[in-house]
Design a protein around this ligand. Sequence first.
Ligand code: SF4
Ligand code: SF4
Length: 193
Amino acid sequence: MAEDEKGPTLKEQLWDPVAGFGVTFRTMFRKVVTEQYPKEKFPTAPRFHGRHQLNRWPDGLEKCIGCELCAWACPADAIYVEGASNSDAPDPEGNSQRFSPGERYGRVYQINYLRCILCGLCIEACPTRALTMTNEYELADDNRADLIYEKSDLLAPLLPGMEQPPHPMRLGEDADQYYRGEFSAKPAQGGEA
Ligand code: SF4
Ligand code: SF4
């Protein structure tokens, strides 16, 4: 046998198992760090990127204007938007046709969480802060269809003082007053995560 093909020395044969089991024994007496999820849920970091939310103005109208900038910014092609025009003329049943304070609103809005990588580029692209991200991270399901979130799944809940759209603009006589917050009425503030 060549000199460099010699087996382990006696010292190595005796010491290596002791050193290996030493690691095992040390670990046995360390504090257990197993997390008891889902029984115990720990809060995320405040700026954690979780499920998206479509925000509202304080009278309940939607902030989304259907511009599709979020969809174009998405590297995973996870967002689908179809815009439509608001109208102040009532429909044949006499109901308002206004969903957002501007000219356009997002008629269809979908996020596919099978594709989304929660990178946040879409919320950076949104010009109206309509789209933000919550801290909600439980986005698992047992079928693919339920992981495509529709607008109704993503819209912020109605807070006290808000009204379910469609309805006329309640925060001012014109768009200037509305966006500057020169409210003729004082509905509840909020609606944004
Ligand atoms: S978080 Fe990223 S991947 Fe997910 S929808 Fe937004 S841009 Fe697309
Ligand atoms: S969420 Fe923002 S970026 Fe996306 S369509 Fe609506 S307004 Fe445009």
